[in-house]
Design a protein around this ligand. Structure first.
Ligand SMILES: Cc1cc2nc3c(=O)[nH]c(=O)nc-3n(C[C@H](O)[C@H](O)[C@H](O)COP(=O)(O)OP(=O)(O)OC[C@H]3O[C@@H](n4cnc5c(N)ncnc54)[C@H](O)[C@@H]3O)c2cc1C
Ligand code: SF4
Length: 467
């Protein structure tokens, strides 16, 4: 244990954030690091509880408590306190392939399970995690690890989101030859095309892909594995195939938008935004928010990211319509929690963008079909030239499952507690098997699928799986 009285001596300090009005002017990351002294104190606040619920990773009534990866949190908190960051890194990498992603975007269910948080504020676990890995990257502590020998087995991983990347990383380190097949022009899945740059800089994703490439993983982009001939070839040429294609099918919007331009799903809108801002590509003018009245439907991460992105594209106004009542979102003290995007919208326009208990009833469009406004269930007519539906996901794509002959309901069906599908040597992991979830769960899924594939290929495994 770090400092025995640390939780009494030090208060929680989160990583500082750039002021909202400053950060909406660019796409740069908005969190800043703490000084080393203060970071050590944040590690010292960990109480090293007899039962560290923070690392339990349990699902209770659909909500995650504790870390899905079973990160060895009290151990690395102790090492942060004692200044042994190198040792902290080795413990962190035992359970998490990509702490630089989770340290930035994980909603930190570990902190909800932190006993210190029952009496005061939880230990700043996520920020501590980020500090360990970023410190290691900047000091040369992250080394290229190539397997000492190759097994001769070939594995295709379809999809390069966090689940596919974790599976590929694990199997590559076991000495299997891994090729990651990705439909888009750049790897990373929602890390690249969903979560915006200010939350997860694309240079951070690229840094990991480059490291994995250097370690032996091959990435092939721009290939759609939902083509029957591609799927057939993959099954013929590889010893195992792992499908990690996400749960990209959006939930229907609930109103008729046929023939109207200016209506997008949240993931479509965010993808266009990344393509324009990061990859300098041409995107449809209707998907760009500059000068427009923007309405975002829905709540959760995707909706918040759409609000923050519209602000950075200099929208004229932004409103977020939330179906449920405001009371449903209040915390124990009766306050309405605000995401980073809500703080930013309040700073720019002087009011919280959320309107609760309201839905879109119908759309208004000009003769050319361009959206001009919406009518809400309260009867208001709101001006709107860009409408973004971030109402969640209804499961994985049909076409890729068909191409591989894999059974699916809403998501791919695997044997209970396993990752193998009904098709010999085809496995599935991540959102595609679990349903839309979190980056930490996707990494946990990729690791567990890798362990199962390793056992399938060589009869045993020493890969560690948390699920
Ligand atoms: C906007 C947004 C914000 C989010 N923010 C957070 C957050 O802050 N924190 C958090 O923990 N989680 C967040 N999530 C959830 C998280 O991103 C996902 O749970 C996670 O990315 C799932 O990982 P995955 O690897 O299973 O799938 P994905 O990341 O969806 O990757 C699937 C990959 O498969 C590829 N693919 C699909 N079909 C094919 C095909 N036929 N051929 C080849 N490749 C194919 C896709 O192009 C994609 O690259 C967010 C999700 C969204 C949409
Ligand atoms: S991955 Fe998420 S839940 Fe696990 S330790 Fe990191 S922040 Fe906490």
């Amino acid at each position: 244990m770090g400092k025995i009285t640390g939780f009494l001596d030090y208060i929680r300090k989160d990583d500082p954030q750039r002021p909202p009005l400053e950060r909406v002017g660019d796409w740069n990351e908005f969190h800043l690091p703490l000084s080393d002294d203060v970071r050590a104190q944040q590690g010292g606040r960990c109480m090293n509880c007899g039962v560290p619920f923070c690392q339990a990773g349990m699902l209770y009534e659909g909500t995650t408590f504790g870390c899905p990866l079973h990160n060895l949190i009290p151990e690395w908190n102790d090492m942060i306190w004692s200044g042994n960051r190198g040792h902290a890194l080795s413990r962190l990498l035992k359970t998490n392939n990509f702490p630089e992603f989770t340290g930035r975007v994980c909603p930190a269910p570990c902190e909800h399970a932190c006993i210190c948080g029952q009496y005061d504020s939880a230990v700043a676990i996520r920020d501590n995690e980020l500090c360990i890995i970023e410190d290691a990257f900047s000091s040369g502590g992250v080394k290229r690890l190539r397997p000492p020998q190759w097994s001769g087995k070939k594995i295709a991983v379809v999809g390069s989101g966090p689940a596919g990347l974790a599976a590929a990383d694990q199997l590559n380190h076991r000495g299997h030859s891994v090729t990651v097949i990705e439909r888009e022009a750049h790897p990373g899945g929602l890390l690249t095309y969903g979560i915006p740059n200010m939350k997860l800089p694309k240079t951070v994703v690229r840094r990991r892909i480059d490291l994995m490439t250097d370690e032996g993983v091959s990435f092939v982009t721009g290939v759609d594995a939902a083509q029957f001939k591609t799927a057939k070839r993959l099954m013929e040429e590889y010893d195992a195939v792992i499908l990690c294609c996400g749960a990209e099918r959006p939930r229907p919007l609930g109103f008729d938008a046929k023939g109207v331009t200016g209506v997008f799903y949240g993931t479509e809108y965010l993808k266009f935004a990344v393509e324009r801002q990061v990859f300098d590509m041409e995107i449809p003018a209707a998907s760009f928010a500059r000068g427009k009245d923007v309405i975002v439907i829905g709540t959760g991460d995707t909706a918040a990211d759409c609000v923050a992105t519209a602000l950075r594209q200099s929208c004229h106004s932004v409103t977020q319509l939330v179906r449920r009542r405001r009371e449903d979102y209040l915390d124990a003290d009766g306050n309405l929690p605000a995401d980073y995007a809500h703080e930013e919208a309040s700073a720019v326009f002087g009011l919280d963008p959320r309107r609760f208990g309201v839905q879109v009833q119908s759309l208004a469009a000009g003769e050319d079909g361009a959206l001009t406004g919406v009518v809400t269930t309260e009867g208001d007519a709101l001006p709107c030239q860009l409408l973004i539906g971030a109402t969640g996901f209804s499961g994985c794509a049909e076409n890729v499952c068909k191409a591989f002959g894999v059974k699916k309901g809403r998501i791919v069906q695997t044997e209970a507690g396993h990752f193998c599908t009904n098709v010999e040597k085809v496995f599935a992991a991540g959102d595609m098997r679990r349903g839309a979830s979190l980056v930490a769960w996707a990494i946990a899924e990729g690791r567990a699928a890798a362990a199962e594939v390793d056992r399938f290929l060589i009869g045993y495994t020493n890969l560690v799986a948390s699920i």
